[in-house]
Design a protein around this ligand. Structure first.
Ligand SMILES: C[S@@+](CC[C@H](N)C(=O)[O-])C[C@H]1O[C@@H](n2cnc3c(N)ncnc32)[C@H](O)[C@@H]1O
Length: 257
């Protein structure tokens, strides 16, 4: 209890200092992030790969493993010789590639073109995947992906930063075959009675700029549940790591089209 309060207090102080820094010595960067969407996207891809990645990625291996176990379990009754048609939306630099099973035809999509070179470099490390296409498009409007064409759609930590989750989910349902699976992993809001929610809301405006639209206090589970899937299984995952405080509440699940 005391330990938990100390962690919360440390993050309250840290977030307050972040505000002060962003509005004083960091003001040129803050202004650039505020005025230019292109700069924000380019800065974010660099920041996410080189600064946040080394902190965030090792701490998300456990939930990523879980989500890919769900993927494997939910397609276990298929003929293994037929390739699995998969689309990953919001692929970033491709931190999930290591978890894909053999015999996947993988198409990836991201709205941020500045991730493409990081992704292309990373993809070379995983030759067990059959790479199909890289699509640069918002998941709210995936014109380049045909109706009923995929067995599985994957997203990890996407809904926090998309403009319209319900539009994304509608598109996911359109591109999935009937009975196809949408597997997801997302960080979400703290419960309403926890102080962590106030800290998420305190830092949201600055976080939004540095993390290219990421919003910490979204309730993505509720949106997935009302998107019209025939079945949604959604579990909670709570990280106890100090570094993950702002994104500690997560959801992992699978929705059937
Ligand atoms: C926080 S990063 C997560 C990257 C990666 N999926 C992971 O698990 O680490 C969010 C990614 O989703 C992408 N993204 C956000 N909103 C999107 C949208 N509406 N359509 C496509 N990509 C989107 C961002 O460009 C970024 O690459």
């Amino acid at each position: 209890m005391i330990f938990g309060a100390l962690i919360t207090m440390s993050w309250f102080v840290l977030c307050s200092l972040w505000w002060v820094a962003a509005l004083t010595i960091g003001i040129p960067l803050t202004v650039m992030l505020f005025v230019s969407k292109t700069f924000r996207s380019s800065f974010f891809s660099w920041f996410f790969v080189y600064i946040i990645g080394p902190i965030f990625q090792p701490r998300t291996i456990a939930p990523r493993r879980k989500v890919f176990q769900i993927l494997k379990d939910s397609v276990s009754d298929r003929d293994k010789k037929v390739p699995l048609e998969v689309l990953e939306i919001g692929v970033g630099e491709g931190p999930n590639l290591q978890f894909y099973p053999e015999n996947c035809n993988l198409t990836v999509l991201d709205k941020n073109k500045f991730f493409e070179s990081y992704y292309a470099q990373n993809a070379k490390k995983f030759p067990h995947i059959s790479y199909q296409r890289t699509v640069i498009q918002p998941a709210e409007n995936m014109n380049d992906v045909a109706d009923n064409s995929l067995d599985v759609v994957v997203s990890t930590y996407l809904h926090c930063s998309c403009d319209d989750s319900m539009a994304v989910l509608k598109e996911v349902r359109r591109v999935l075959k009937p009975g196809g699976k949408y597997v997801f992993l997302e960080h979400v809001c703290y419960p309403a009675n926890e102080f962590g929610l106030s800290i998420q809301r305190l830092i949201n405006p600055i976080w939004f700029l540095f993390f290219n639209g990421c919003t910490l206090d979204r309730d993505t589970a509720a949106k997935i549940k009302r998107a019209g899937f025939s079945e949604v299984i959604c579990d909670k995952y709570i990280s106890t790591d100090w570094w993950m405080y702002l994104v500690r509440h997560q959801i992992i699940g699978v929705a059937t089209n």
